[in-house]
Design a protein around this ligand. Structure first.
Ligand SMILES: Nc1nc2c(c(=O)[nH]1)N[C@H]1C(S)=C(S)[C@@H](COP(=O)(O)OP(=O)(O)OC[C@H]3O[C@@H](n4cnc5c(=O)[nH]c(N)nc54)[C@H](O)[C@@H]3O)O[C@H]1N2
Ligand SMILES: Nc1nc2c(c(=O)[nH]1)N[C@H]1C(S)=C(S)[C@@H](COP(=O)(O)OP(=O)(O)OC[C@H]3O[C@@H](n4cnc5c(=O)[nH]c(N)nc54)[C@H](O)[C@@H]3O)O[C@H]1N2
Ligand SMILES: [Mo]
Length: 755
């Protein structure tokens, strides 16, 4: 008789604390705040808690907040989770997605076993054993290598499904097999990373907790009320102390609703707006001359550019904000000390996004706000990511061939060890932001097998129809995931992977300064394995068939592998003597709250560079000059930003979310709808030269009349996919630091009609 594992592993209690926090969290989204779980516990379960085991976890999603979690377990089942109270950033609270985690772990829809599909997209799945899955994959790899002489026919696509440090073992698994094909780069934030590198020599933001001491806060193309709920408390604290909050976004977001002043900027014209402000600050004599003189290079050239090419009126015409408003806020910003700008990732996903970030950086610098507590041009940082990358840095077996010569693998979260690796041969590098086209174009050998892990190309990459053609070319597709998403539907083999509660790892943030341990809180459900255990299983089978064909260890202990990621640098930075100290709670890096506070910039000149020869040598303007936006390819702009109910393709599929967010909508201005005879709630077609989506519309003047808004998301029962309308046009920057230019995700155009 088959074991009923679902029965053996009962669900967490229905009315559990997580559910109550989730409901409260949904309500709180209007107030843009995280709900502390501890708030309920006082009333609820102190006594019961004594019978519970408590574990330390960390949310590994690609999110600013990277929450430190406390997990309460009874009889091997998660009862509820809450934000770790020890972290002043998380402060006991989680977001709605976080509180829904138990629904993710115990979802009946999880991929439970290795499965084989006869006919991609057919739904004709058959359960297979791990042995059979590994055997099929191993034989295919060996056959490919025999045919091609290399393993370049094997490509990996991985991005941000799980940022736990041991999950870089997916990259490690690839290296342990030989030289393979890697889809590299990032769809997320590359243009801004390069921009900050040209200006300051690195990307390094102040501690978000010091937002509270700002006297003026501009939230520029960022929506933290949904995308970084924990940061909002510092924004409110700043306001309580007298700061003014300004929000600049084409969409009247929940963040805009919380601001003191909102500017509905025309998308892709932020550069003009920032330069208009800069010109006015210059004219008013509000430049911080002393700071600029001591710390910057090229300011005179920048001033000459502003005087020669920028006026307030020009900026106003470009960006749609009245000149008087630009002048007033520019003055307020320059006079409030310290003043800060949060540069969101949304505003740089444009063909001129990198140039725009440089113009915004310049505003913070010319007013002397860079390097100051409560100041800064905040974008992100990787200062706390100095791990060993033991899982990542696996060596190729001897004698393997690849692309001749040395090709450097770059990426935002790609950390390499240059010690002699890849000198004779290298991996083949393709652009992740043009995945479909790259898979279609790759030759000698073509990509034969695609390994997808921590990545959902059908939902998150661009040009869905082209992606279908690209997948049709592949001989084998392996998807390692937790759910049967739209990419898994196009796989031959799916492998079930653990959730964060079922594995050991460690997590840092690209925003705050905390470090969290992630303990295995429950035994892995069903037949799930972690990414590194999958690598070990594959290695075992490879070596059984052809000894020496894979260097990855054939058996591993995930706790030991977590421990191997720590080093003295991490210990010193976080004031710990061993990872075990993190069992008592997350720890904060002992770093200055203000980035660049010693005035030593990592640029070639060691100064803040208003004029960057490096940028010029990469084909950009040396100065943060305005670059005109992409020419529209259709009547309306299409924005597809991030939703409150999910994180990309994750969470929207959970039952608790479906209750409140059962279907997607396109948000349309009433005038735009009236011109097309469309009423609120009508079923419409959104279309452009790439494809079409059918969905219902909501009328709202939160979006400009020339703009359509649809949130990116995966609904498990619906075919909805915004990528059918989003092309893979590159952003201006990104190649310098992340290996590939970014994508102009928000320079997209479409039209709509009644369906
Ligand atoms: N139109 C449009 N497209 C966008 C964006 C947009 O704003 N608009 N945003 C872009 C941005 S900013 C980003 S960062 C990317 C994100 O793109 P992705 O990184 O692809 O996005 P996710 O949906 O977060 O995660 C991918 C998959 O990882 C799986 N996963 C979770 N945990 C694990 C694990 O432990 N192991 C394995 N193997 N898999 C796991 C999830 O179930 C999910 O299917 O999307 C980009 N695409
Ligand atoms: N709930 C939730 N939280 C998340 C995520 C999620 O999917 N859901 N994703 C995580 C990830 S991977 C990322 S990258 C971050 C993203 O965090 P954010 O950058 O805050 O989010 P986005 O929604 O990508 O974009 C922010 C805003 O940019 C605006 N925007 C678009 N074009 C322009 C423009 O030309 N100018 C200006 N001024 N604004 C513009 C959009 O309207 C949007 O409101 O959030 C992280 N947190
Ligand atoms: Mo992202």
């Amino acid at each position: 008789m088959k074991r009923n594992l679902a029965k053996e592993r009962p669900q967490p209690p229905a009315g559990c604390l997580s559910r109550r926090c989730f409901l409260k969290g949904l309500a709180a989204l209007g107030a843009a705040a995280a709900v502390p779980g501890t708030f309920f516990r006082a009333v609820d379960a102190r006594a019961a808690e004594e019978a519970l085991q408590v574990f330390r976890n960390a949310c590994p999603r690609n999110c600013y907040d990277t929450c430190s979690i406390k997990t309460f377990v009874k009889d091997g089942v998660i009862q509820f989770i809450e934000g770790a109270p020890e972290s002043t950033f998380t402060r006991g609270g989680l977001c709605v997605k976080g509180y829904a985690y138990p629904r993710r772990v115990y979802s009946p829809d999880r991929i439970k076993y290795p499965m084989l599909q006869s006919g991609r997209g057919s739904g004709n799945w058959k359960r297979i054993s791990w042995d059979e899955a590994m055997d099929r994959i191993a034989h295919k790899l060996l056959e490919m290598e025999q045919k091609d002489g290399t393993l370049l026919g094997l490509a990996m696509t991985k991005y941000s499904g799980n940022f736990g440090i041991t999950n870089y073992g997916v990259e490690g698994m690839m290296s342990s097999l030989g030289y393979t094909t890697r889809l590299t780069g990032t769809p997320c934030w590359p243009a801004g990373i390069d921009a900050q590198n040209y200006d300051m020599g690195g990307m390094w933001c102040n501690d978000p907790e010091d937002l509270a001491s700002a006297r003026y806060v501009i939230l520029w193309g960022a929506n933290p009320a949904w995308n970084s709920v924990h940061s909002m408390k510092y924004v409110y604290e700043a306001r309580d102390r007298g700061a003014k909050i300004v929000c600049i976004d084409p969409v009247f977001t929940q963040t805009a609703a919380k601001a003191d002043e909102y500017w509905q900027v025309k998308a892709s014209t932020d550069g003009a707006l920032a330069l208009g402000m800069a010109r006015h600050i210059l004219d008013q004599g509000l430049v911080d001359e002393a700071w600029v003189k001591a710390n910057a290079k090229g300011f005179d050239d920048f001033a000459a550019y502003l005087r020669g090419s920028v006026t307030l009126e020009w900026a106003s015409r470009e960006c749609g904000i009245p000149a008087g408003h630009i002048a007033r806020v520019a003055e307020e910003f320059a006079q409030a000390k310290p003043a800060t700008i949060w540069i969101g990732y949304g505003m740089q996903r444009h063909t001129n996004g990198g140039a725009a970030v440089r113009a915004v950086d310049a505003l913070a610098a010319m007013t002397g706000n860079v390097g100051k507590a409560g100041g800064g041009a905040r974008y992100g940082h990787l200062q706390t990511w100095g791990f060993n990358y033991h899982a990542l840095l696996q060596k190729q077996p001897a004698g393997k061939k690849g692309v001749p010569g040395k090709v450097e693998v770059k990426g935002d979260f790609h950390f390499t060890d240059d010690k002699g690796q890849g000198v004779t041969y290298s991996d083949r590098i393709l652009n992740i932001n043009k995945t479909a086209q790259e898979l279609l174009d790759a030759q000698n050998p073509p990509v034969r097998m695609l390994w997808v892990s921590c990545k959902n190309p059908f939902s998150q990459d661009f040009d869905r129809n082209k992606m279908e053609k690209a997948f049709a070319k592949l001989e084998t597709v392996v998807v390692v995931d937790q759910f049967f998403n739209q990419t898994a539907a196009m796989a031959d083999i799916v492998l079930p992977v653990t959730t964060l509660f079922e594995e050991w790892t460690v997590n840092a943030s690209y925003w705050h300064y905390w470090l969290s341990l992630n303990e295995q809180a429950i035994t892995p459900m069903y037949e799930t394995k972690s990414n590194i255990e999958i690598a070990a299983a594959l290695s075992k089978r490879m070596n059984e068939i052809t000894p020496g064909s894979c260097t990855f260890p054939t058996a591993i202990d995930t706790k030991e592998w977590m421990a191997k990621e720590f080093n003295q640098g991490i210990h010193d930075l976080f004031g710990i003597t061993s990872w075990e100290d993190l069992r008592r709670g997350p720890r904060k890096a002992r770093m200055s709250m203000a980035s660049w506070s010693d005035g030593k910039f990592a640029t070639p000149s060691g100064k803040y560079e208003f004029a960057s020869e490096l940028a010029a040598s990469h084909g950009h303007k040396a100065l943060p000059e305005y670059v005109a936006p992409r020419t529209p390819t259709d009547r309306l702009r299409l924005l597809t930003p991030h939703t409150k109910f999910g994180l990309h393709s994750q969470f929207v599929n959970l039952d608790w979310m479906e209750e409140f967010n059962p279907e997607p909508f396109v948000y349309v201005h009433p005038r735009t709808a009236a011109e097309r005879n469309i009423k609120d709630g009508d079923l419409v077609r959104v279309f452009n030269r790439l494809g079409e989506e059918r969905l219902r519309c909501k009328l709202t003047d939160n979006v400009p009349a020339d703009t359509l808004l649809m949130y990116e998301a995966w609904f498990r029962k619906l075919a909805y996919n915004c990528q059918a309308l989003v092309d893979d046009t590159s952003a201006d920057m990104g190649a310098f630091k992340t290996g590939q230019p970014g994508v102009a995700i928000h320079d997209q155009f479409a039209d709509l009609a009644r369906a």
